[in-house]
Design a protein around this ligand. Sequence first.
Ligand code: NAD
Length: 298
Amino acid sequence: MDLHGKVAVVTGSGRGLGLGYARALAAAGASVVVNDLDPGAVDAAVEAIAKDGGAATGVAAEVGGTETAELLVETAVRAYTRIDVLITNAGILRDRVLWKMTDDDFDAVVRVHLRGTFTCARAAAVRMREQGDGGRLILVGSPAGQRGNFGQTNYAAAKAGIAAMARTWAMELARSRITVNAVVPVAATEMTRTIPAFAPLIEEAERTGQPLPARLRRDAGLGTVEDVTGLITFLASDAAADITGQAIGVGGDRLALWSHPAEKTVAFADGGWTAEAIAAAWPSGVGAEPETYGIPAV
Ligand SMILES: NC(=O)c1ccc[n+]([C@@H]2O[C@H](COP(=O)([O-])OP(=O)(O)OC[C@H]3O[C@@H](n4cnc5c(N)ncnc54)[C@H](O)[C@@H]3O)[C@@H](O)[C@H]2O)c1
């Protein structure tokens, strides 16, 4: 995949998946704007990309508000004259069950993921539409947003909202040839290390230097950051010009297309449905095969 001449902004790219995306895009020839909260991580990422022979510029700023979004696009334009690809990757977790979740836990997660995706995508879309050459908005969802997850009210809501924004913007930006997709990644990072089910497995793999077990790579789609970066490079490339409005899962040995919410069963009653009629019809009709929910344990 040749990305020479393309300019990409990757939020939250000081470490983890974002750093992997920035390095992979730069290795394919793109010029990259690296962003993170952590200025030391930004400097280290820019240095690592330069050492590999790539082009990168750093912006240490907190994603969420409009000012940062506009600064990221301005930096891309100032340093490299344009923006072609935006990856809204910055994110945090503040996991707690509903009855213990504070307003701050909720707002902090929604601010970086949902609001940060909105503000950055809006700033990028304005500039890409002016340029008139199309573009790529690659949003970052999560299995938690697709299915719900215990302890993740704030995060699941934000990530579900991001998938919904991808479908909405795919419609709005189609005429401008700007594709919009949500990737649904899974990988061993500092973030997944905080998830109790994954922590011992990641630590074991690090301690022994062995890859994660094949069962996890297939069933949970849990692997390395490098297992995820190929999808980002592909979506950024000309080869993916016709792919838009999709939620695409990747991790370990898995690549998956997520279905979109759709009516599964439908029934009709002339004149509408009373509560009694629903109660009578539910068990053998529309409700005969209820949907599962939550990320299945593997
Ligand atoms: N790792 C996974 O398995 C997984 C699964 C689903 C979704 N995701 C998503 O992928 C993205 C990256 O996850 P990761 O596992 O690499 O996490 P990570 O914690 O390793 O890295 C996240 C990076 O974002 C930065 N960041 C946080 N808030 C920021 C802000 N407001 N502004 C700028 N930078 C900020 C952090 O400093 C950090 O460098 C997140 O959106 C996450 O929700 C990850």
